[in-house]
Ligand binder design. Structure first.
Ligand code: AMP
Length: 539
């Protein structure tokens, strides 16, 4: 027997309509490239998103067409998040930090017909424009009127939507329509696209706003540091709009000092970014103290958050850290490390241990770990296996590619490529990427655990561990370390420090000290570059 409830399409226009009606006066603030603040309301967002959708239809954009964005976090980019899908098209966010050849590949592969470009990053896009053959219109955002460009068919954003009626009928009529496209950073092979539907993103928004997840309300002030070009800014634009939470978009101002100032001046309650951002902010606040205790959740994901930094934030700054794990392929939120009832009375140090894990799945996501032979492994907190996921906002196939066993199992799970353990109470801990694991003398060594321990040393700013070939043991770990500006820690000191919590065979034989670690376009340590530097003898 079938249920008798309405078949109400879960489309994103409903989210912005809800905000426009319920929270018309709640604010969205954006820090502009010149440092000034732009402010407007959810009523403005609704009105301008409708106008943008109408203008895109006017340009000839058809349902299913891909429309690219090459921009920082700001209000017009937010309008694109609603206006493009609202026109029935697909909002394809382009990472401004990609290498030119990857960027050209992605625009051509997606066949973007229109691309929106921030004036401040126009030169980055122009480098690849000659290799792109699908784009019919470019729309410049926040660009000077007299800006010079070699791009063809250029419009200015405000001209495009100026004078357009805001009584547009949304073209997102079916919840299964594609609404967004993000390519993964592609550490191996060509980048692959995750194509979200209205339904998957709507459900992800509800999932993110569960009380056991971010539980946003209109009392929150949310600083979205994570870029809109990385995994849909972790869904925050949609979650904030649904909740009417005040949203703060930092534009290009992602350095520690302006972030600290934004948090303090606007009394931010939830801020989300990758560990390297929060590492920078922590060191900034040590030299230039500010009161950021207004933050109720410092959300961090994208790479493992070192336990020492969780401790630093909580002990020194009174800020609660919420460690999250996710992937572009999961829209992106998969787990959050919230304390459970049984942890509430634990001493702080034990609570930090719990928070340093990647956490338990959001309602809506299922996880399992699987051995090399395909056996499903126990949740005992010790057995490591490949992490697999399924759920309504988990990918089932990459854009324009057939699902292959490399990424999808025959029984309907997505293979994340992460290696993890899961404790009996459901907390998942990432130990590695399958490709980053070190196998030494038949034993696995977790590079994530080593990095976290090294970064706990007060004279270490950043550390990455890679596997290097070894005749006797097959592979051995090598640590690449950035000292703090005043630090002079030696390899011997670090070895002694690791010996407290690691077995002898797990301790790296070699430590290389460098000034800076190479990072990927989304701010993660680029181990591929480190491995090739080592292979070429440059490390
Ligand atoms: P991306 O799709 O670029 O967001 O990358 C997803 C990958 O980032 C995951 O498969 C993990 O390897 C890694 N990742 C994300 N969050 C965490 C975390 N909290 N701890 C460790 N690794 C993480």
């Amino acid at each position: 027997m079938q249920g008798l409830m309405m078949d109400y399409p879960l489309t994103l226009d409903r989210i912005v309509e809800h905000a426009g009606r319920l929270f018309p006066r709640n604010r969205i603030r954006s820090k502009l490239p010149d440092g000034g603040m732009h402010e407007y309301t959810y009523a403005d967002l609704l009105c301008r998103s409708r106008r943008l959708a109408a203008a895109l239809v006017g340009l000839g954009v058809e349902p299913g067409d891909r429309v690219g964005t090459f921009a920082w976090n700001h209000y017009q980019h937010l309008e694109m998040y609603f206006g493009i899908p609202g026109a029935g098209a697909v909002c394809h966010t382009l990472n401004i930090r990609l290498f030119p050849n990857q960027l050209a590949y992605i625009v051509n592969h997606a066949e973007d017909r229109v691309v929106f470009i921030d004036g401040s990053v126009l030169p980055l896009y122009e480098k690849v424009a000659g290799e792109v053959d699908c784009v019919e219109h470019y729309v410049l955002v926040n660009a000077a009127r007299d800006i010079e460009t070699r791009l063809p068919n250029v419009l200015h954003y405000e001209d495009l939507i100026d004078g357009v009626d805001d009584d547009f009928d949304w073209r997102s009529t079916d919840e299964q329509m594609a609404m967004g496209l993000c390519y993964t950073s592609g550490t191996t092979g060509d980048p692959k696209g995750a194509l979200y539907s209205h339904r998957s993103m709507f459900l992800h928004t509800l999932g993110e706003n569960q009380g056991t997840a971010l539980g946003l309300t209109e009392a929150d002030v949310v600083l979205a540091v994570v870029p809109q070009f990385h995994a849909m800014s972790w869904g925050l634009p949609f979650a904030c709009t649904l909740a009417g939470a005040e949203l703060i978009m930092p534009g290009p101002h992602l350095q520690p000092a302006p972030l600290a100032e934004l948090i303090e001046s606007y009394r931010v309650t939830v801020a989300a970014g990758v560990p390297s951002i929060w590492n920078g902010l922590y060191h900034e606040l040590k030299t230039t103290p500010r009161d950021i205790s207004c933050v109720r959740e410092l959300v961090v994901g994208g790479s493992a958050m070192p336990r020492s930094l969780i401790e630093g934030y909580e002990r020194d700054l009174g800020v609660n850290v919420l460690h999250a794990w996710g992937m572009t392929e999961l829209s992106p939120l998969g787990t959050l490390s919230k304390l459970r009832r049984e942890h509430q009375d634990l001493p702080a140090a034990e609570q930090w241990d719990v928070k340093a894990r990647q956490g338990y799945p959001l309602g809506g996501v299922e996880l399992r770990i699987v051995g090399e032979d395909g056996t499903v492994l126990p949740w005992d907190g010790e057995t490591m296996g490949e992490l697999q996921a399924r759920g309504p906002w988990v990918i089932r196939s990459y854009f324009k590619r057939d699902p292959t066993p490399e990424h999808f199992t025959a029984d309907g799970w997505f293979r994340t490529g992460d290696v993890a353990t899961i404790s009996p109470d459901g907390y998942m801990t990432i130990t590695d990427r399958t490709k980053d694991l070190v196998k030494s003398g038949g034993e696995w060594i977790s590079t994530v655990a080593l990095e976290s321990a090294l970064m706990a040393h007060e004279q270490v700013l950043e550390a990455a561990v890679i596997a290097v070939p070894d005749e006797k043991w097959t592979e051995r770990p090598l640590a690449v370390v950035v000292r703090t500006p005043e630090g002079d820690v030696s390899a011997e000191d670090l070895r002694t420090c690791l010996a407290v919590s690691f077995a002898k065979f797990e301790i790296p034989d070699q430590f290389v000290f460098v000034d800076e670690l190479p990072k990927t376009s989304v701010g993660k340590f680029d181990k591929k570059v480190l491995r090739s530097c080592h292979a070429e003898g440059a490390l």
